[in-house]
Design a protein around this ligand. Structure first.
Ligand code: MG
Ligand code: MG
Length: 249
C-alpha cells in the first residue's frame, strides 16, 4: 500500500532529515586514512541521539550498527568495525533516523584522502544521476521518467547501475512501497502523486552491476570486485514540485 503524507507528516520527516544532514557534517571530516569505520559509526550515533532522534538501522532485522558503511567494492549494507580507512578508499555512508515515529534515509560517498580522477567521477556520478532524475520531475511524472534519467546519466559516463537494490517510499516505516528503481523507461511505472515521500538512491558500479552478499549476511559487494558509489536523498513530492529534505545546502 502506498501512503501519501500530509504537510504535517512531511514536517516531521524533515526534522529527521535535518538530523541526517548534521550527521554528514559531523562525519565527513573524519573520513580520512586511519579512521576506523566503527569510529565513524559512533560519531553518527552520537549526533542522532543528541538531536533527539533514534538510529533507524540499529536493530533493523538485526543490523548491529547505526550506519551502513561500505568501502570500495562494497556497495551497500557494510557493517562498521575495526577496518581502518586507507588512502584512496571509497567510503559510502548510509544512515537513517527516526523522529516522532517518522523516518528519513540518506547516503553519501566520500573519498578517504586522494583518489584518481576516474574514481572521483564514479563518486560524483551517483549524486549527479539523482539530480538528473529529480530534474525530470514535473507534476504527473512517473517513476520511469526519473529512472530513465538516472540510468542514462550513469551509463553515459561508462558506469553501470545496480539492479538488485532500489529506492523506496519512506514515512512511518524506513522502507515503504513503492520500490523506486534507478533505471527504467520514461512513461512507465507509478505516477508520482503529491504527498509521496521517496528515498531515491542510485548505486553506481565501475564495472558490471552484478552484486552478491558476503557471508556476514549483510555486506553487498560487486561480483567483479570493482568499486561502487552510492548517494541517497529523502524527497517529498508536492503539487508544484518537490523538496529534497536531505539535500546538500
Ligand atoms: Mg539509506
Ligand atoms: Mg534507503
Amino acid at each position: 500500500m502506498i501512503s501519501l503524507k500530509s504537510p504535517r507528516e512531511i514536517e516531521i520527516i524533515r526534522r529527521a532529515a535535518e538530523i541526517l544532514k548534521q550527521v554528514f557534517r559531523d562525519v565527513k571530516p573524519a573520513v580520512v586514512p586511519g579512521t576506523t569505520t566503527e569510529e565513524l559509526d559512533a560519531i553518527a550515533e552520537k549526533t542522532i541521539r543528541k538531536a533527539g532522534g533514534e538510529p533507524a538501522f540499529k536493530g533493523y532485522r538485526g543490523f548491529p550498527k547505526t550506519a551502513c558503511i561500505s568501502v570500495n567494492e562494497e556497495v551497500v549494507h557494510g557493517i562498521p568495525g575495526k577496518r581502518k580507512l586507507r588512502e584512496g578508499d571509497v567510503v559510502s555512508f548510509d544512515i537513517g533516523a527516526r523522529v516522532d515515529g517518522y523516518y528519513a534515509d540518506s547516503a553519501r560517498t566520500w573519498p578517504a584522502g586522494k583518489v584518481s580522477a576516474d574514481v572521483a567521477r564514479l563518486i560524483a556520478a551517483a549524486k549527479d544521476s539523482l539530480l538528473a532524475g529529480l530534474d525530470a520531475y514535473k507534476p504527473g511524472a512517473r517513476l520511469g521518467d526519473l529512472g530513465e534519467k538516472i540510468q542514462k546519466c550513469i551509463e553515459s559516463q561508462g558506469f553501470q547501475v545496480v539492479r538488485d537494490y532500489v529506492g523506496h517510499g519512506i514515512g512511518r516505516s524506513i522502507h515503504e512501497e513503492p520500490a523506486v528503481p534507478n533505471y527504467g523507461k520514461a512513461g512507465q511505472g507509478l505516477r508520482i502523486q503529491p504527498g509521496l515521500v521517496l528515498a531515491i538512491e542510485p548505486m553506481v558500479t565501475q564495472g558490471h552491476y552484478a552484486v552478491e552478499t558476503l557471508e556476514d549476511g549483510w555486506t553487498v559487494v560487486t561480483r567483479d570486485k570493482k568499486l561502487a558509489s552510492h548517494y541517497e536523498d529523502t524527497i517529498a513530492f508536492l503539487e508544484t514540485g518537490f523538496i529534497n529534505l536531505t539535500g546538500d545546502e
